[in-house]
Write a protein that binds this ligand. Structure first.
Ligand code: 4AD
Ligand code: MG
Length: 428
């Protein structure tokens, strides 16, 4: 028997076909049974009639999430969920399923405890497919732009984005080994050889914050580039985000409609430049809508969201105060209180991408490490990048789950990864 996918059957629309999948829903009597069959491609109604199945006990055994193989004839039927039904002629029960723990209207907690089963839901399947497209689009973008894929270690011996957010690892009783917070300090050394690099890798942050946009384990897409100006970095950020959106809009029409995502805002941003605004000008803008932020304070999520509401494309905030940004960002020549760092903000979420031009002045970097209570001698390998043929360079990191949340229109990054990790949850 050769099987085709449910979507192929819908496209075919008539004739005899064999399908296999899982029972998404079932109802009926002891004469007629309606099944909604699900496979990775779509769902289709399957009808089993008593006069065809003399041994009805087989049909009676079918319940939610049983896996089956079924052969039958396709008929158009406007009442069926995807417009066609398969009138079953023979059916094999491959794997029984008893009292499936997930039914309608389950609590968030119950679904989280049963995440391994909830992954079969159409919502999660749609997200996983969109997630895969996002990852592919990121790779496409960088490969097309002449970058090579490069990998930093996951076990690292220095911090880069704030020591309080490090996960310490028991590494043969060594005291200073952490899970990576960013690839950056181990990526910068490589650009003095291969020049243009990117990665998509697991990233760990021991952030206690229980928010809709923080995970303790997430996947970050990062790039680093030699001979780059600050505007080159922003340009690639914008190019990559647009490429991601464009590819999802093209490849995930079915998933976006299943998630009931109105994609007008995404379509709209493709042929418009993103807004670029300095931190100082952003504060002035916020003031006009009644939000007062003291100069020098980092923007909070609610302020980022508010700023995004004022525009119909993503907003790139630049020239943040030095004291709220990491030690490696280039100081502005005219105003040493600000740095050449940028955050990309989108509606409903705020920051999805953070990047910067990298400080080239060795003494300034050392001083900023000291200001952050770090011991520069631990960073010798990194400081060597500024000693031997340093060049202007920079890079950024994109939180993939945040982008997926934005594209899917979800309220939580937890829904944007198969098994989310948060301060409260590390199982299943
Ligand atoms: O802004 P961040 O901290 O930047 C860096 O780590 C730089 N070293 C990147 C670089 O220049 N190579 O993090 C980058 C992005 C954020 O904009 C956000 O989207 C995401 O990573 N992110 C998180 N996503 C989910 N959960 C968390 N706890 C996150 N922390 C950051
Ligand atoms: Mg950031």
């Amino acid at each position: 028997m050769s099987f085709i996918s449910v979507q192929q059957a819908i496209d075919k629309g008539e004739g005899q076909v064999s399908l296999r999948g899982w029972i998404h829903r079932e109802r009926g009597s002891n004469k007629l049974k309606f099944i909604v069959l699900r496979d990775s491609s779509n769902i289709i109604q399957v009808v089993c009639k008593r006069d065809i199945f003399e041994d009805w006990s087989l049909i009676d055994k079918l319940s939610v999430e049983s896996s089956i193989e079924v052969t039958g004839t396709l008929h158009e039927d406007a009442r069926a969920p995807t417009g066609y039904e398969l009138r079953a002629e023979s059916l094999t029960l491959v794997g029984e399923s008893h009292e499936y723990p997930i039914t309608r209207d389950m609590s968030v907690e119950h679904l989280a405890n049963n995440r391994h089963l909830w992954l079969r839901s159409r919502k999660m399947m749609a997200m996983l497919k969109i997630r895969s497209t996002v990852f592919t689009a990121i790779r496409d973008y960088f490969l097309q732009q002449g970058f090579i894929e490069y990998h930093s270690p996951i076990f690292q011996a220095v911090q880069c984005e704030g020591g309080s957010e490090l996960f310490e690892v028991n590494y043969f009783d060594k005291k200073d080994v952490f899970l990576t917070q960013t690839w950056q300090l181990y990526a910068e050394p490589a650009i003095f050889g291969v020049e243009k690099i990117f990665t998509i890798a697991p990233t760990f942050r021991a952030e206690k914050s229980l928010t809709a946009r923080h995970l303790t384990e997430f996947w970050m897409a990062e790039m680093e580039m030699a001979w780059a100006s600050f505007s080159d970095i922003i340009g690639h950020g914008e190019g990559m985000v647009k490429h991601i959106v464009q590819k999802v809009l093209k490849d995930n029409v079915l998933e976006l409609s299943l998630l009931e995502r109105d994609t007008k805002d995404l379509e709209n941003l493709l042929d418009k430049p993103f807004i670029q605004i300095t931190y100082t000008d952003a504060l002035a803008k916020l003031k006009t809508v009644g939000m007062n932020v003291e100069w020098g304070k980092d923007l909070r999520t609610l302020e980022e969201e508010k700023l995004c509401e004022l525009y119909d494309v993503p907003v790139v905030v630049t020239h943040y105060p030095k004291k709220v940004k990491a030690f490696y960002m280039t100081e502005d020549q005219d105003n040493p209180d600000v740095v050449h760092g940028c955050d990309f903000l989108v509606k409903g979420i705020g920051e999805i991408l953070g990047g910067s031009h990298r400080e080239h002045d060795l003494e300034k970097i050392k001083q900023r490490l000291i200001d952050d209570n770090e011991d520069p001698s631990e960073y010798e390998f990194y400081l060597d990048t500024r000693r031997y043929g340093s060049v202007p360079h920079g890079g950024f990191g994109l939180g993939t789950e945040r982008v997926i949340r934005w594209i899917c229109g979800f309220d939580q990054v937890k829904d944007c990864i198969a098994f989310p990790r948060t301060p409260e949850r590390y199982k299943p």
